[in-house]
Design a protein around this ligand. Sequence first.
Ligand SMILES: *[C@@H]1O[C@H](CO)[C@@H](O)[C@H](O)[C@H]1NC(C)=O
Ligand SMILES: *[C@@H]1O[C@H](CO)[C@@H](O)[C@H](O)[C@H]1NC(C)=O
Length: 413
Amino acid sequence: MANPKILSLILFSLFAIASAKVFFEERFEDGWENSWVVSDWKKDENTAGVWNYTSGKWNGDPNDKGIQTSEDYRFYAISAEFPKFSNKDQTLVFQFSVKHEQKLDCGGGYMKLLSGEVDQKKFGGDTPYSIMFGPDICGYSTKKVHAILNYNETNHLIKKEVPCETDQLSHVYTFIIRPDATYSILIDNVEKQTGSLYADWDLLPPKTIKDPEAKKPEDWDDKEYIPDPEDKKPEGYDDIPKELPDPEAKKPEDWDDEEDGEWTAPTIPNPEYKGPWKPKKIKNPNYQGKWKAPIIDNPDFKDDPELYVYPDLRYVGIELWQVKSGTLFDNVLVCDDPEYAKQMAEETWGKQKDAEKAAFEEAEKKSDEESKEDPADSDAEEEDEAGDAEGEDSDSETKADTAEDEDEVHDEL
Ligand SMILES: *[C@@H]1O[C@H](CO)[C@@H](O)[C@H](O)[C@H]1NC(C)=O
Ligand SMILES: *[C@@H]1O[C@H](CO)[C@@H](O)[C@H](O)[C@H]1NC(C)=O
């Protein structure tokens, strides 16, 4: 007999899930192409990369496919439309899984939510977006989760550092924005960062500022120490010479007073000499502390109770530049229910992660053995390293690209 308490709990959670609003869900099953549009962006320059529909070189289920970048040094842009909606008064959950099979050394693995009217055939790096979210890796310095919010036509980066995963396995990234203007960022269903949209992005001018009109009062005493007025210069202090004739010095034998002038001993520093006299310092009894301008309400601050609202969400898109290809996206979700998202992550990534890890380790072992058995292969490995160096070269390109991108962001700031 089932425990009625547990039964009602199950029924309740089923109900909760059943009531989740799912705006977009893509598990990349047969027919996925019908809902996605590959952009023509960069095609005329022959630098548009091709997406490969695959489960990748290692996976937890060969039948569970996603889309993977398949060519190096290429731009990628693809998007899907969903019935437009506003997240006003409801929670917004944006989630997807991403796997960097290529040992990503510089490139993004993020996705975007776009609003309004977008020509999907022209979707590219310059297309305005509402939210950009996901991992970004470049060299040793950048290994972070981007969470960029567009507000008042300006892109704002999150001010907190959120480290991303850097291995070659699948991970689930979740961004939750709530109607109380709080947010959470999860990786693999574990919360990595949480807080307020007010505090962790500079979307609005600050609520309070230092009073720009305030001035330090003339008589404000901010000297912590003062010369001791009681301290007196000892008598004869100034008569102590700085240097003395060296008592060890001797007039050289061949010194000729007539020719060389009168001999004087060279001088040495006087150990008694202590420099010009200074009174000792004492704590200032009138010390008032460092002066600080009073904090006042910022007259430029105007609260926006709809700070978290995107009234016209309509597309999900991926727009990337990749030096080394191999990034695989899967299980994209836009909904209003963190619990639903959590369960979807468990059903997909959660169920497959152990098998995927085992498959990855097997693949690593195999490639190790092959390179040991076949000396020609170790040549190939060397070449590979040379290729890496080349790759790093282009990284700077990517860096420039990213910098440009961020410049844009900052310009708008
Ligand atoms: C697609 O991915 C599979 C699995 O990694 C690989 O065997 C195949 O060569 C890839 N196809 C293209 C066109 O890159
Ligand atoms: C929106 O941006 C414009 C231009 O930067 C600025 O003048 C305006 O005050 C901003 N509005 C809000 C609500 O931040």
